[in-house]
Design a protein around this ligand. Structure first.
Ligand SMILES: Cc1cc2nc3c(=O)[nH]c(=O)nc-3n(C[C@H](O)[C@H](O)[C@H](O)COP(=O)(O)O)c2cc1C
Length: 236
């Protein structure tokens, strides 16, 4: 290098090329194993969390059933008396869902319908809506939702009593115009700074009453407690 230039490195020849391949292989294997381990860990966490949430939802649902229809209103075990409802736009259900049947002396005294309010502030609000055989509401409870704490979560009975206000109401009480929040000219209170959640719940409860009315004979017939199919269109 008499002219003072720095010699260029020959990149075509890798010293110890065999070792480099081994190193790449080792690193790839390490990364692969790490990925498999991470995916496995996430899966195990998801399954156990999912199961725990499911158990909590079931427990909450069982508690809600007994609150809506206390033991002295029926003589059967509600959790054991379930019927399958076909998908229905009135219940906002896309798949078959289970409803609970309360019996009193061999007669259906009330039903508890699973109802979705699809238009909550943060998505779906799952409700249980209890309806006496005469069409009056036994009670409503929110089972799962993602509404905002301090705003939309006032539909929970451990936050406010708002949802208890449905008991005793029916399709004709109030009349159709009353089935909305006060801000929309209806009878039900909205929450301060939160109208979307109660609006969605009021509308869903009203649709549940319409569903009950449309399927009354099937729902109240203890001998036909399976395969109830909604044939009447919403609004008809
Ligand atoms: C972060 C955040 C969370 C909110 N959460 C809710 C909620 O859970 N339920 C609700 O009804 N409104 C919620 N609101 C308020 C709504 O955006 C809306 O302003 C309110 O429901 C009033 O609706 P209205 O203008 O139709 O009367 C939230 C607003 C913000 C900024």
């Amino acid at each position: 290098m008499s002219d003072g230039q720095i010699p260029l490195k020959d990149t075509t020849k890798v010293p110890g090329g065999h070792g480099l391949l081994q190193s790449i292989f080792r690193n790839s294997l390490g990364l692969g194993l790490f990925a498999v381990f991470t995916v496995g860990l996430i899966s195990v966490t998801w399954v156990s969390t999912h199961e725990r949430i499911e158990t909590q939802v079931r427990a909450y649902e069982a508690k809600a059933l007994m609150e809506i229809l206390p033991a002295d209103t029926h003589d059967n075990a509600l959790v054991d008396a379930k019927i399958l409802l076909e998908p229905s736009h009135l219940l906002s259900s896309q798949e078959q869902r289970e409803a609970y049947i309360a019996l009193d002396d061999g007669e259906v005294s009330a039903v508890i319908l699973p109802v979705t309010a699809p238009d909550g502030y943060s998505g779906r609000i799952e409700l249980l809506v209890g309806i006496h055989r005469n069409g009056t509401l036994a009670g409503v409870r929110a089972i799962t939702h993602k509404e905002t704490p301090g705003l939309g979560d006032k539909i929970n009975t451990n936050v406010t009593d708002w949802i208890l206000g449905f008991a005793g109401k029916s399709l004709g009480n109030p009349i159709t115009e009353g089935w909305g929040v006060k801000k929309d000219g209806g009878e039900f209170d909205q929450f301060t700074g939160a109208t979307i959640t109660p609006r969605a719940v009021v509308a869903a409860v009203y649709r549940a009453l319409q569903y009950f009315e449309a399927n009354r004979n099937l729902l109240l017939d203890p001998l036909r407690m399976t395969g109830i199919r909604e044939e009447i269109q919403y609004g008809q």
